[in-house]
Design a protein around this ligand. Structure first.
Ligand code: AHM
Ligand code: MG
Length: 338
């Protein structure tokens, strides 16, 4: 950044738009791609700002509480879930760059008319059961480029997570924080409400290799596999005599955000009650695994397989998820694969 003449005011800040344009220009030199991707990311950031705005004003205008309808998997939908979903769908449609959209709130995938060359997968407001308590929630998203011969179908999203060209989340908390990767590291942006811009505040994020923090819903432990039980016991009663700290918010975006910044492990294993796990592979597991790996961490399923190598067979497929510091995941893997 250029030196400001006034040391109190940074006058040469990197906005998300500037960051995207700069990285796009570098990519264009390599791959001759068009500016479509830049325009798509611009529409995504509009959706994040709009959702952030609605969450901030929710308590004032009575948007909290149930909407009276249920989503595709039977969960009660919150008013904000519905609003977040509508905002997201409309923004992706209006971008003209998206052909296929998968949302946690929609039973089927949506295929837009037009010549969009991207497929977007998303959970518009994840962790919404926490909304009434003012706990941070977030939008999780991933972007695939359509194969040349595709005119938009389910095949465009039933692909391994390693084929994503971009992924991330925006966490709506005290401020709105966007963590974004386009396959070249992980960068963090904070929404400046006065400017209405996401500002690059956490360039090139890296997860610490080890950290003695575990994040899991321990209330499920009686349903866990013997391997999962043995692993978490080993953290609480270690030979070293120094047990791990437990931190669990119950909002994936917030738990993953802390894990990226401080290190440690976040897990939602499959168990005897949720036999395939609770979290969704396509729009929760993949985007989180993608950015975790971009920050130097690891992400695996209950069998120790790399999440980004998995191929979903349906859009709402669930999976056990273990992600975080590379050293901590490798330790867990020894138990899971024992
Ligand atoms: P949602 O998509 O219905 O909001 O559910 C996903 C959320 C995650 O944010 C979080 O990690 C998990 O559910 C918490 O589940 P639990 O309450 O079982 O611990
Ligand atoms: Mg969710």
């Amino acid at each position: 950044m250029a030196q400001s003449s006034n040391p109190d005011v940074e006058t040469d800040i990197v906005t998300l738009t500037r960051f995207i344009l700069q990285s796009q220009t570098e990519k264009e030199k390599e791959t001759q791609v068009t500016g479509d991707f830049t325009l798509l990311l611009n529409s995504l950031q509009f959706a994040f700002k709009f959702i952030a705005h609605n969450i901030r004003r929710a308590t004032l205008v009575n948007l909290l509480g149930l909407s009276g309808s249920a989503n595709s998997t039977g969960d009660d939908q919150k008013k904000l879930d519905v609003i977040g979903d509508d905002i997201f769908i409309n923004a992706m449609k209006a971008s003209g760059k998206v052909k296929v959209l998968v949302s946690e709130e929609q039973e089927d995938l949506i295929v837009f008319s037009g010549n969009g060359r991207y497929a977007v997968v998303c959970d518009p407001i994840d962790g919404s059961s926490n909304l009434d308590a003012g706990v941070s929630v977030g939008t999780i998203f991933g972007v695939y480029r359509l194969p040349e011969d595709s005119s938009g179908s389910i095949k465009d999203v039933l692909r391994p997570g390693k084929e994503l060209v971009a992924a991330g989340y925006t966490m709506y908390g005290a401020s709105a924080n966007l963590l974004l990767s386009t396959g070249n590291g992980l960068n963090g942006f904070t929404l400046d409400n006065a400017l209405g811009e996401f500002i690059l505040t956490h360039p090139n994020l890296k997860i610490p290799e080890y950290r003695a923090i575990y994040s899991v819903n321990e209330g499920n432990s009686m349903y866990w596999s013997d391997q999962a039980k043995a692993y978490f016991e080993s953290l609480k009663f270690p030979e070293s005599g120094k047990p791990y700290s437990a931190r669990y918010i119950g909002s994936m975006v917030a738990d993953v955000h802390r894990t990226i910044l401080y290190g440690g492990i976040f897990a939602y294993p499959a168990d005897k009650k949720s036999k395939k796990g609770k979290l969704r592979l396509l729009y929760e597991g993949f985007p989180m695994a993608y950015i975790i790996e971009q920050a130097g961490g690891h992400a695996i399923n209950d069998y120790g397989e790399r999440i980004l190598d998995l191929v979903p067979t349906e859009i709402h497929e669930r999976s056990g998820v273990w992600l975080g510091s590379s050293g901590e995941i490798e330790k867990a893997k020894k138990f899971l694969c024992a």
